[in-house]
Structure formats: structure tokens, C-alpha cells
Write a protein that binds this ligand. Structure first.
Ligand code: SF4
Length: 217
């Protein structure tokens, strides 16, 4: 009998390693994740939003967590940030159909503000609780290039020494994939204060993705 993992604070279901199928495939993993209650975030989100893309995608992009639109749709990167990402990938020359997209945390964490649901940052315990889903996705897809989008994903995948503001677009050694890097999250571009800075941020984002495209050749 498999050794039982430590219970996760805040959740009222078994820890993720206990519910990952013995011989996982992406569809089996996705199914198992739908019922995950390993941390408190399942109480707030509408549903688990699991990663999507080809089984053997050469590129995996990892964001922080699903947003409001993704939580409702049940699919990652389908809201405004996802549309911006699609545009940037196109401009960088990366075929969107060859990309697997997912998040460090699979439930939307939010706080109410009036009638709106405002994004709230997942904490370390929530990220740690959810991490085995991501690790298993990486193990199954085996991407040649892994790209963290935003500071939370970069911290989770690359550790504290990688600062997105200073090191974005740089490839680093990692046991996670042959090539690993990080850049900003597309939602940060949407939050730019004016058109000029938004266009400048978009250009830098596309530039970072072009480095990824160059590695794919
Ligand atoms: S955020 Fe992750 S660990 Fe927490 S309930 Fe959702 S799927 Fe499970």
C-alpha cells in the first residue's frame, strides 16, 4: 500500500500525490484533478482548470492560476490575457497548436470587490499543495522548452534566484526540461497604465518569445 502523504492545511480531501493515478496519462490526470480538494482553493473556484495542449508539445507555458474567464470556461488562457498570449505567440512565430498551457495552481483564487471577483495571489501552501499536478504534467508532456509566465510561476519553477524583472528571457539550467526560462505574465501587459507602455511591454514579451522560437528550430 502506498505511503500516505501529509495532509494539506486548508483542504479537506486527500493530498494530490494520493489521487494521482498509478499509471497517469494526461486525460486520466485531468479527470482526477476535477475532484481535487487538497487545498482550500477548491471552495472558491468554480472548477479545476487543468492544462491543455498536445501530449508531446515541444513548449509548455506555465502561468500562475486561472483567471475569472478561465474559471468559468474551465479552460486555461481563454480570457483577455490568453488572447494577448495568442497574439504574441503568433508574432513570435510559435505555432499555438504546438504549445501546452497550464498553471502552477489549478483553481482561481479571488476576493470579492462589489460584484467583481478580483484575482488574489496563491500562497506558498496552496502552490505546494497543487505542485504535484504540474510536476506530473511536465513528466508526461516532456517539453523541450518550459516557460514560466510571471513572478509566481518563475518562483515556483526556478526558485528565488530568478527575478523576472532582471532575468526575463534568459535560459537557465534546470532538471525540469532541457531549456527553461521565464518572462512576464500576459496579464501584466494588460495592466500597463497607458497605450505607449502597453505597446512597449508587448514588444518585449514578443522578443522573449522569439528567443523561445529560436530554440525550437
Ligand atoms: S488549487 Fe490545486 S491543490 Fe488546491 S484544490 Fe485546486 S487542484 Fe487541488
Amino acid at each position: 500500500m502506498a505511503k500516505r502523504s501529509k495532509a494539506t492545511p486548508g483542504g479537506d480531501g486527500p493530498p494530490v500525490p494520493d489521487v494521482i493515478p498509478a499509471r497517469p496519462t494526461l486525460p486520466k490526470l485531468r479527470d482526477a484533478a476535477q475532484d481535487c480538494r487538497a487545498c482550500d482553493l477548491y471552495k472558491r473556484g468554480t472548477q479545476t482548470v487543468f492544462g491543455e495542449g498536445p501530449t508531446k508539445a515541444p513548449v509548455m507555458l506555465v502561468g500562475e492560476q486561472p483567471g475569472d474567464a478561465e474559471d468559468i470556461a474551465g479552460h486555461p488562457f481563454v480570457g483577455p490575457a490568453g488572447r494577448l498570449l495568442d497574439t504574441a505567440l503568433g508574432e513570435a512565430g510559435i505555432d499555438r497548436a504546438r504549445v501546452y498551457v497550464t498553471n502552477v495552481v489549478k483553481h482561481f483564487k479571488w476576493e470579492p470587490r462589489g460584484k467583481r471577483r478580483i484575482h488574489a495571489k496563491p500562497n506558498g501552501a496552496e502552490i505546494a499543495a497543487c505542485r504535484p499536478w504540474l510536476e506530473t504534467e511536465i513528466a508526461l508532456v516532456k517539453p523541450r522548452i518550459l516557460v514560466a509566465l510571471g513572478a509566481t510561476a518563475a518562483l515556483a519553477l526556478l526558485g528565488k534566484s530568478f527575478k523576472v524583472t532582471q532575468h526575463r528571457g534568459r535560459f537557465v539550467d534546470s532538471p525540469l526540461a532541457p531549456r527553461v526560462t521565464a518572462t512576464v505574465h500576459p496579464s501584466s501587459i494588460l495592466r500597463a497604465p497607458d497605450d505607449q507602455s502597453r505597446h512597449a511591454e508587448m514588444r518585449r514579451f514578443v522578443q522573449d518569445l522569439k528567443r523561445v522560437a529560436a530554440e525550437l528550430k
